[in-house]
Write a protein that binds this ligand. Structure first.
Ligand SMILES: Nc1ncnc2c1ncn2[C@@H]1O[C@H](COP(=O)(O)OP(=O)(O)O)[C@@H](O)[C@H]1O
Ligand SMILES: [Mg+2]
Length: 270
């Protein structure tokens, strides 16, 4: 059975009224998306900017209310936004693109993790919290001394490790990573991707890994779903989708990625 199942998800946003039209039709950002993530599986969700990836992620973790469709975790439908059980809220944790804006810069790393435990007390360690905090930091490749630092003092890569630690602190089953490495330098990207793969094995985590960058998704995902204008146009094993894309849109994404990497290589050789 799938750990996460999304069925025929639809999300729309109200358009602002204009002087000539007092009731504009809603804008449909996600138009009937279905996808599934098995336990221990990493599924990549790709597509150009504006295709609706973030909106899918927000609907899964309960940050936006879909118009229709269902999100099931372990076969159990998740309630509407604001009505989810705490266990359901804990089970799917999100890691955002820009760790500098998703972490309060003035909070210490210890306070950030303690806050996660305060929000979900049932996930807090029963014994010595300091020891548990240090174990958690070690888990994401950070030294125990980082606990005393404020988020604003850390590098982008360190911040993203703290975001991942904060997600892990409540012992989720699924990580929804939304452009989680997109703001990082290529070498730091590679380190964070390796960390996520390690964590999948050590904690039996499943992941929905969202990125506009096919090269990044290629490195990490078992399966890929390609989104365009609110719809999944192609889905399959990573090697199949990227090796022999069936949809013309996937091919155009691949061509664009290839062009970019050739330009990069030319830039480097200059
Ligand atoms: N809160 C919102 N209000 C109005 N429109 C939104 C909102 N969030 C997203 N959108 C629109 O929905 C579309 C999909 O956005 P998004 O899910 O962020 O795409 P992606 O993550 O693939 O770049 C875009 O056209 C975006 O402008
Ligand atoms: Mg996005």
């Amino acid at each position: 059975m799938s750990l996460l199942e999304v069925n025929d998800l639809r999300v729309s946003f109200a358009r602002r009224n204009t002087w000539f039209r007092s009731r504009a039709a809603d804008f449909v950002a996600v138009d009937g998306v279905s996808l599934a993530v098995a336990p221990d599986e990493i599924v990549g969700l790709v597509g150009e900017s504006g295709s609706g990836k973030t909106t899918v992620a927000r609907a899964i973790v309960g940050l936006v209310q879909p118009v229709s469709g269902t999100v099931l975790l372990d076969g159990v439908p998740l309630g509407p936004v604001g009505r989810r059980t705490t266990a359901q809220q804990r089970a799917a944790q999100m890691v955002f693109q820009d760790p500098r804006s998703s972490l309060s810069p003035r909070m210490t790393v210890a306070a950030i993790i303690n806050e996660a435990w305060r929000t979900h007390p049932e996930s807090a360690p029963p014994g010595d919290r300091t020891a548990a905090l240090h174990r958690l930091l070690d888990d994401v490749g950070l030294d125990a001394s980082v606990a005393r630092h404020r988020a604003g003092e850390l590098s982008g890569g360190q911040c993203q490790r703290v975001s991942i630690a904060r997600a892990l602190a409540v012992r989720p089953r699924l990580l929804v990573c939304d452009e989680a490495v997109s703001a990082l330098d290529v070498s730091v990207q590679a380190q964070i991707l390796r960390l996520l793969v390690d964590l999948r094995e050590r904690h039996h985590l499943a992941m929905l890994f969202i990125s506009h960058d096919l090269g990044v998704v290629h490195q990490i995902a078992d399966r890929i779903a390609v989104m365009r204008r609110g719809v999944v146009v192609e889905e399959g094993r990573t090697t199949d989708v990227l090796g022999a894309p069936r949809h013309e849109y996937t091919r155009s994404l691949l061509d664009a990625a290839l062009e970019l990497s050739t330009t990069d290589a030319q830039d480097r050789s200059r």
